[in-house]
Design a protein around this ligand. Structure first.
Ligand SMILES: NC(=O)c1ccc[n+]([C@@H]2O[C@H](COP(=O)([O-])OP(=O)(O)OC[C@H]3O[C@@H](n4cnc5c(N)ncnc54)[C@H](OP(=O)(O)O)[C@@H]3O)[C@@H](O)[C@H]2O)c1
Length: 325
């Protein structure tokens, strides 16, 4: 399915935007499009300062940015999502800097993610894909919420957009897991780890979390939604084993859209849709139903459980995390 164009009058003029994982891929192109549409300041996060400065220079050198947004400000922040300390360190510094400068944050796009296949534990003790795609993204959402809420004004409601994936539609999770286990903790075990399933499962779990978050936060304060840009050729497959790369390339060759179109999906979710999008999922700009396991009776029981288990885990990083929502 091809992705439509953004409405011609789309603008982000006067709005500040944070985008995680913006040195390459969709994050970089979303930052570029946001700048071309007038956003400033644009805060980009990268795992090292050097990657951030390279991206910053390249974004500022873009001819459209130079012409349409000549005074654009881009600020680089380091963010490594495999450790709690880096996520909380980034959030604390980012929020303190905004307060010191008397600035808010109009839009947060949580884009950074991985599709690694080899089983690996992050320094937190959680399985790596789950840590980066779910736990650290969830933690960032909660930590950024107060700043976003305080930035809402009569002219603009703050936005939190999380990048998920259509791969959440076809995971191994079809029903509520046994009640006598901590389900999320059980996913850290090497036994039972399914490499092909984990990426989609991490996004499915993040969707459960996002749905509860959007029930707890009024859309008058922050509009929360999530997006899949469809299959886009990026560096996401970099850690896919060599023997699976041909399958991946074939999928991309058959379904792929240009990366600029993928970035436009992000902008659509933060600029073209409003409060009606709160808690909902857009696939290639189209409002799309979640997987049945999210919305059926099993999903209704699983959702609060995922929220509770996630918040318990996030307390390891920030003991009073619950008080932020
Ligand atoms: N491409 C697709 O077809 C597709 C489809 C649906 C959804 N998505 C989602 O789109 C988002 C962007 O992916 P992409 O396709 O643009 O992939 P990408 O080119 O690999 O970009 C991923 C970004 O995330 C950053 N990142 C990775 N691990 C990180 C960590 N531990 N801490 C902080 N940042 C980290 C990367 O930084 P480094 O360069 O330093 O690793 C990079 O900036 C992901 O959430 C992905 O799941 C992609």
């Amino acid at each position: 399915m091809s992705i439509p164009d953004l409405p011609a009058n789309t603008t982000l003029s006067g709005l500040s935007v944070l985008i995680t994982g913006s040195n390459v891929g969709l994050g970089y192109h979303a930052a570029l499009l946001a700048l071309q549409l007038g956003a400033s300041p644009v805060y980009i996060t990268t795992r090292t300062a050097a990657k951030g400065e390279t991206a910053r220079a390249s974004l500022l050198a873009d001819p459209v940015v130079k012409e349409k947004n000549p005074k654009a400000v881009i600020k680089v922040y380091e963010l490594e999502m495999t450790t709690w300390e880096s996520v909380t360190g980034f959030a604390n510094k980012f929020i303190a800097d905004r307060k010191a400068a008397g600035e808010g944050l109009d839009i947060a796009i949580l884009n950074a993610g991985i599709a690694n296949m080899d089983y690996e534990l992050a320094p937190t003790g959680n399985e790596m894909v789950l840590q980066v795609n779910h736990y650290s993204t969830a933690l960032l959402s909660v930590l950024l919420l107060p700043l976003l809420e305080s930035s809402t004004n009569p002219a603009h409601t703050a936005r939190l957009m999380i990048v998920t994936s259509g791969s959440h539609l076809s995971t191994s999770l079809k029903a509520n897991p046994p009640q006598d286990i901590n389900y999320l903790a059980s996913l850290n075990e090497a036994r039972g780890y399914q490499a092909m399933d984990r990426y989609g499962l991490s996004k499915l779990i993040l969707i459960f979390f996002l749905r509860t978050l959007s029930e707890k936060v009024s859309s008058d304060k922050v509009i929360i939604n999530n997006v899949c840009p469809g299959m886009i050729r990026t560096e996401l497959g970099r850690k896919i084993p060599w023997y699976l790369k041909p399958v991946f390339w074939l999928m991309q060759a058959r379904q792929v859209n240009p990366i600029e179109k993928g970035a436009a999906c992000y902008i659509h979710a933060i600029a073209s849709v409003g409060k009606e999008s709160h808690g909902l999922w857009f696939s290639k700009m189209k409002l799309t139903p979640y997987a049945e396991v999210v919305t059926n009776e099993e999903g209704k029981k699983l959702q609060p459980r995922i929220w509770k288990e996630t918040m318990q885990e996030l307390e390891k990083a920030v003991p009073d995390i619950g008080s932020k929502i």
